[in-house]
Design a protein around this ligand. Structure first.
Ligand code: ADP
Ligand code: MG
Ligand code: MG
Length: 479
């Protein structure tokens, strides 16, 4: 398949001496502004190193960028409605639940807290909708997925455009800076947390971040904390693992989640989205305790369920969007960002999808109900996986998605530790738009788009997770 190409924002390559010089400036800028992560291989809590980043901002069509920005509040509301439609969630997930233990555990908590009676009807969503441009459709954006839990890189990428502007000036192109959109993702996401805190309305209540045993992506979590501490010195933030929450919190008779004697107003999950983060029953018990409590959860468990790939696939089915949004121009705009999404359930449609995947594996991506990157199946492995699962119920835990083929962009990827300047390579970019929603089933209090992130990877890599070491942080240069 031949891929279209975009030109870089300035002519490449950059002359060698100039390149060495400007990379050094960029690396130091990045490190000193927290565009950084902890090293997985040689972990040391006191050491951070630059996160992989792209030296120059990557071109992105202005119309497509603006479309994604405009659609965000619409998608926020759609997902909010989906999360509050018990019947739809049950119907959509029922087959996957029989074979996917992790999703089942989340779902069982949801059913349990529903049956006991919801103690906190307000939900907080800090969402991120991800897009790739699709070559075959005039480089229009297509949705890769919609993240409802632990959507990351809002903080680090808020600083990145400032670095790109600095670099463009250093390279003698100050005139280009006007093409880089403002990014206020960090303050926007934090305003979601503080707005939810104010709705909780209990003086002295605290905010709880649920974190991993080791946070490699520490800058992208601490910046939220620092931002809130600066703007709202009245709010105390704690960081706890699920295991620590099990040990250190209780529910009082008012179902408040109590930590160190104080009620928790908002629980913000930066962990808890993948099976490895629940190594024992204690973590599941902690999750249940939080869900039972009056704390406002980001996300509450039905938001997390609404963010599954299975739900994404179901929403693309005939008439489904109309059920949530009615018919009209807005619904058509949303449908337009969907690409082919196919169920692998044990029925006629599922059989057809299996056939398609076997025949044309390269045209698809096979996805399980997982988050965090590195879980999908590509190319010839799809054929193998489908052959293996063909007569097994296991396949219902996957969806088949049309493969999006984005245009190529040339650029320099700067990686931690590299000593020689990198060559110009072909890259592809994935745009993420952040959204905040706060509301109950009946009433939405806040709903806004708050910023963006761009993640760029080598054109021939299947996935581009930055935390996984494959992708690089980037900023859009609108063309
Ligand atoms: P996760 O929740 O694990 O991030 P994603 O659906 O975002 O799952 O898939 C991970 C990565 O795989 C994406 O960031 C993208 O690089 C690639 N990918 C996913 N779906 C597609 C697709 N339909 N076409 C091309 N690449 C895809
Ligand atoms: Mg995801
Ligand atoms: Mg993703």
């Amino acid at each position: 398949m031949s891929q279209a190409r975009f030109a870089s924002c300035i002519p490449l390559p950059i002359e060698q001496k100039n390149l060495v010089n400007v990379i050094e400036k960029a690396r130091d800028w990045a490190l000193m502004h927290g565009v950084a992560m902890r090293d997985k291989k040689h972990f040391n809590k006191d050491v951070i190193q630059v996160a992989p980043f792209v030296l120059l901002p990557s071109p992105f069509p202005r119309t497509e960028f603006e479309k994604a920005v405009e659609l965000q509040p619409i998608l926020n509301e759609l997902m909010h409605k989906v999360a509050h439609n018990d019947e739809f969630l049950e119907l959509t997930l029922q087959n996957a639940l029989q074979v996917d233990e992790f999703t089942k555990s989340l779902y069982d908590i949801w059913v349990k807290v529903r049956n006991e009676g919801i103690t906190q009807s307000v939900n907080l969503g800090l969402f991120r909708s991800d897009y790739l441009m699709h070559n075959e459709e005039q480089n229009k954006i297509k949705q890769v997925e919609f993240n409802t839990v632990a959507s990351s890189f809002g903080a680090i990428t808020s600083y990145l455009p400032t670095m790109s502007r600095y670099i463009l000036r250093q390279l003698g192109h100050p005139d280009l800076i006007k093409n880089m959109p403002e990014n206020k993702a960090l303050s926007g996401l934090c305003s979601g947390i503080t707005d939810a805190y104010d709705l909780f309305g209990v003086p002295c209540a605290v905010v709880l971040f649920v974190v991993e045993e080791v946070s490699y992506n520490i800058c992208d979590q601490r910046f939220h904390e620092f931002e809130i501490a600066e703007k709202r010195p009245d709010i105390m933030i704690h960081r706890k693992t699920l295991n620590e929450i099990f040990e250190e919190t209780i529910l009082n008779d008012k179902k408040q989640l109590i930590l160190d004697g104080l009620p928790v107003a908002v629980v913000y999950y930066r962990s808890g989205y993948e099976p490895a983060q629940y190594p024992s029953q204690r973590e599941w018990d902690a999750r249940l305790r939080v869900e039972r409590s009056t704390a406002i959860k980001c996300p509450s468990i039905h938001y997390q369920l609404a963010g599954t790939k299975k739900v994404q696939q179901a929403l693309a089915g005939p008439g489904v969007l109309e059920k949530f949004m009615g018919s009209g121009a807005t619904t058509n705009r949303v449908r337009d960002i969907f690409t082919g999404l196919y169920s692998l359930d044990f029925d006629e449609n599922g059989e057809r999808a299996v056939e398609m995947g076997l025949k044309d594996a390269e045209r698809f991506v096979l996805k399980p109900q997982r988050e965090g990157g590195g879980n999908n199946v590509y190319g010839a492995d799809i054929r193998e996986a489908l052959q293996r699962m063909r007569h097994s119920r296991e396949r219902a835990a996957y969806i088949l998605m049309e493969r999006i083929v984005p245009p190529l962009v040339p650029g320099y990827v700067i990686r931690p530790g590299a000593t020689v300047p990198p060559p110009v390579v072909d890259l592809v970019s994935e745009l993420g738009i952040f959204g905040v929603i706060i509301g109950t089933k009946e009433k939405v209090y806040h709903n806004r788009q708050v910023g963006h992130m761009l993640r760029t990877k080598l054109a021939d890599a299947n996935e581009g997770g930055v935390a996984a070491g494959l992708g690089a942080l980037d900023s859009p240069y609108l063309v």
